[in-house]
Design a protein around this ligand. Structure first.
Ligand SMILES: Nc1ncnc2c1ncn2[C@@H]1O[C@H](COP(=O)(O)OP(=O)(O)OP(=O)(O)O)[C@@H](O)[C@H]1O
Ligand SMILES: [Mg+2]
Length: 269
């Protein structure tokens, strides 16, 4: 089932055309990684999905429903199913990690035992069990971002949008964050879009997967030659167009000059 679809979406800010006939699909349970230079319209795509911007032309479908003509009440109903993770976690400073994560379930009026079960689950998920009682200020920036992810996923959103969540993180913390996204993809079958500039994220997301072991633990494994992840796809945006839509193997082998410059850069994109 297609979860997110853009059909010939066009959006300009004044004379500047940011998206020019952009089309792509994200299947249920798939992670779509969006690559593109600064200013190419990646965050704009996420804001369109959230209904914070409306396209000038074209259609945006979420679970088959066209959202660009919906009013604010109807959009709020759609937004309930989504979560976004930015670089800035914006946690509540006076609340512990546990209470930050439990905030939304309390707001939704969940029974206390259900809240506790689910918060424990996402704490483990984001590898945060050791810091549940800490205040955000006492944690590193990277750990705060993991808390923001835990908070974003606690009410089981169907769609999770990541907007450059690894910017400024050291490689081990960036990997931890990618691992949380991978677990969501492979264990919870969430649909996600992951915007990043870092080729190392691209490689990690495309070559690692999570499985549940027979004793109920989640294990991360690296892809080997016998296996190819089918639930992770890539799009590259350049000058308002989707210039690539496919798998990481296809991306590394692309002949196009722009894509080659992109994929052969040793540093961040
Ligand atoms: N509200 C706005 N009004 C006018 N121009 C805007 C607005 N929002 C974005 N833009 C412009 O649209 C273009 C795309 O912006 P966007 O933030 O989507 O880029 P991006 O790919 O996310 O870049 P980055 O990698 O730097 O985050 C940029 O040129 C930006 O200046
Ligand atoms: Mg952006």
């Amino acid at each position: 089932m297609v979860k997110i679809e853009f059909r010939d979406v066009r959006l300009a800010f004044g004379p500047k055309v940011v998206l020019d006939s952009v089309s792509f699909c994200v299947e249920q349970g798939e992670m779509k990684v969006i690559l593109g230079q600064s200013g190419s319209g990646k965050s704009t795509i996420l804001r369109l999905i959230l209904g914070l911007l409306k396209p000038d032309a074209g259609q945006i479908l979420i679970s088959g429903e066209e959202i660009s003509q919906l009013d604010e009440d109807e959009l709020n109903r759609i937004r309930q199913k989504m979560s976004i993770v930015f670089q800035e976690g914006a946690l509540f400073d006076s609340l512990s990690v546990y209470d930050n994560i439990a905030y939304r379930p309390h707001e939704l009026g969940w029974p206390e035992d259900k809240i506790e079960r689910r918060v424990q689950e996402v704490l483990e998920f984001a590898q945060l069990s050791g810091v549940a009682e800490e205040l955000p200020d006492s944690l590193s920036g990277g750990t705060q971002r993991l808390v923001a992810i835990a908070r974003a996923i606690v009410d089981n959103p169907e769609i999770i949008l990541f907007d450059e969540p690894t910017v400024g993180l050291d490689p081990p913390t960036a990997h931890k964050l990618c691992q949380a996204a991978i677990r969501l993809r492979d264990i919870e079958a969430a649909t996600s879009m992951f915007v990043t500039h870092r080729l190392s994220d691209v490689r990690y997301l495309a070559s690692n997967y999570a499985v549940k072991t027979s004793d109920g633990r989640t294990e991360l494994r690296a892809e080997d030659k016998t296996l190819c992840l089918v639930n992770t796809k890539f799009i590259v945006i350049n000058e308002g167009k989707v210039v690539f839509d496919g798998t990481d193997e296809q991306l590394w082998e692309a002949e196009d000059q722009f894509l080659r410059e992109f994929t052969h850069d040793d540093e961040d994109l």
